[in-house]
Design a protein around this ligand. Sequence first.
Ligand SMILES: Cc1ncc(COP(=O)(O)O)c(C=O)c1O
Length: 361
Amino acid sequence: MKVPFLDLSKMDDSLKEELQKAFKSSLDSGIFSGGKEVQSFIENLKKQLGEGYLQPLGNGTDALELALRALDIQPEDEVIVPSLTWVSTAEVVHLLGAKPIFCDTDNQGLISTNWVDLVTPKTRAIMPVHLYGKMVDMAPMCGTASKLGLAVVEDAAQSFGASQGGKASGTWGDVGAFSFYPTKNLGALGEAGACFTKSQDLAERISLFSNHGQIRRDEHLSWGRNARIDTIQASFLNVFLARFESFQKRRKTLAKNYLEALEGYEGLLLPGGVLEEDHNAHLFVIQTTRRDELKEYLHLQGIGTAIHYPKILPDLISFQAKGDFSISRKITETCLSLPLNPNMSDSDQAYVIEKIQAFFK
Ligand SMILES: Cc1ncc(COP(=O)(O)O)c(C=O)c1O
């Protein structure tokens, strides 16, 4: 039996048909940039996220970068980022000439509350990352940041669909950045992303930067670049959004099955809070000191797993930052993401569970 970590070709036939219809409709319309599919996507996303300004973009990295540009982050400014995240979070700080200041995480991989100790007169912003789909505790973070005069850019790339106290992830900070990379809970059939903000001023700046500073055709108010979403991706995302709730339900059921079946095994630490509303069950990340051995064992049984992530960012050649990152470094040595996606069958999951139980017995 083979259970890949994720096989995006495995979607049900009715979904494939709807996507093909969306593609044909775009083809027939001849509109491949902007247009009504992008407008519908904005409205559909706002239904999920609440009132505010929504700018669809080419990908999540653009969303993070434009958020920082809209906030006018300058060279030499400092921006606090977690040491464990996808590289984009810190990369965009560097691209603006500013300095990422790395902060260790807690045991779940979320930025440590000790981040306040890293604030200096040069600090301008903090970027909480809702890693694996689990939200950072946003009310205290936003409160502290506001007192210190810092902007909050939420990296909600992995947490679309999660919320805290009824308020969606990505809507807490000054700007929220989303990725709709194909593997995400809401994923395009290619690249896509978005920024959300409640500030009209920031929304206008993000919109301008994403389209060469154009307020309308050939009227350029500032410099900018092209970070626009593809119409065709917006049309696919509209199809996926209509099924989002049922996909989320399936993810939560699969997460519950793992939690129940794998509880109590010595040497196996299960993720916390996956069933709560502030986790969207994007990834199911277990921790074990026997990680490499387990990964290889599962591989030999035909089961795909992944490591999010094998290195903390301060250890990458491109950053080489010093500091105490012992908790996040330990996660890189012990974490293993198990297959969990809406297209996974019950029998696929039962097989994965059986093999993990056998390994730890
Ligand atoms: C935490 C995090 N931030 C940013 C990104 C960047 O998104 P994209 O790949 O759409 O540029 C990702 C996507 O992988 C991510 O997981």
